[in-house]
Design a protein around this ligand. Structure first.
Ligand SMILES: [Mn+2]
Length: 234
């Protein structure tokens, strides 16, 4: 697996980034319709946590197969990988939203783990604003280039920085507003907020769709955001 992927500028269409989907793919489809997403020209980037808790987690593979859909690894995809490797307590995973996973056959579970092991921990993409970074929870270092070069260094065991990248809440919990160098903006999910928030150049866009909040999708050209909520949860 490549732990870091860079995308060049989309010169024919638009780029969007969506917050934690957690199986709410019908909401994602509503958002795509709302912005008139063009699969021939536009690209959609997920900040991870496509699965668990929500109703249609198993559709993650269907979306990952689409040429316009690109995702990074969230802690919930990591839990699938760990559960298949028998490195995660089944009860703990079940109560973290993994019920759907235990309804799958062993070979289906494997299929998800194989696909999720291919997901990068970070993506960067060229945009009109300069380089935009995506990482599930937070950028663990103060310099984006240091972070991504360590991700690409096969000899680096990375345990700590990878774990912080997919699980960390140090910036949000301490209200850190320092900016990460060598990147214009870093988009993250993971921490549920009632509306998108900016801390330094980190932008947090998980607005808790699966918890009765909204699914947020940001247009990376003008930073406008589109949102939808699950039925009856507005
Ligand atoms: Mn998460």
């Amino acid at each position: 697996m490549s732990r870091f992927i860079r995308f060049s500028r989309n010169i024919i269409g638009r780029d969007f980034v969506v917050g934690d989907i957690h199986g709410c793919f019908p909401l994602l489809e509503q958002l795509l319709a709302k912005v008139r997403f063009d699969p021939e020209q536009d690209r959609l980037f997920s900040v991870g946590d496509m699965v668990d808790r929500g109703p249609e987690s198993a559709r993650a593979l269907e979306f990952l197969a689409k040429p316009w859909f690109h995702a990074i690894l969230g802690n919930h995809e990591q839990m699938v990988i760990d559960a298949v490797a028998e490195m995660l307590d089944n009860d703990l995973y079940f109560y973290s939203g993994g019920a759907w996973f235990f309804g799958l056959s062993k070979s289906e579970q494997q299929e998800f783990a194989v696909a999720f092991r291919e997901l990068p921990v970070a993506i960067e993409l060229e945009s009109v604003h300069g380089l935009i970074g995506l990482v599930h929870a937070e950028c663990p270092l103060s310099d984006w280039k240091d972070f991504t070069s360590r991700l690409q260094d096969e000899s680096d065991p990375l345990r700590y920085i990878e774990a912080q990248a997919i699980w960390g809440r140090t910036r949000i919990s301490s209200g850190r507003t320092d900016t990460v160098d060598n990147i214009a903006f870093v988009f993250c999910g993971h921490t549920v907020l009632c509306k998108p928030a900016q801390l330094g150049n980190h932008l947090f866009i998980d607005t808790g769709a699966v918890f009765g909040g909204r699914l947020t999708m940001v247009n990376l050209t003008n930073f406008h955001y589109a949102q939808v909520a699950r039925e009856g949860s507005e």
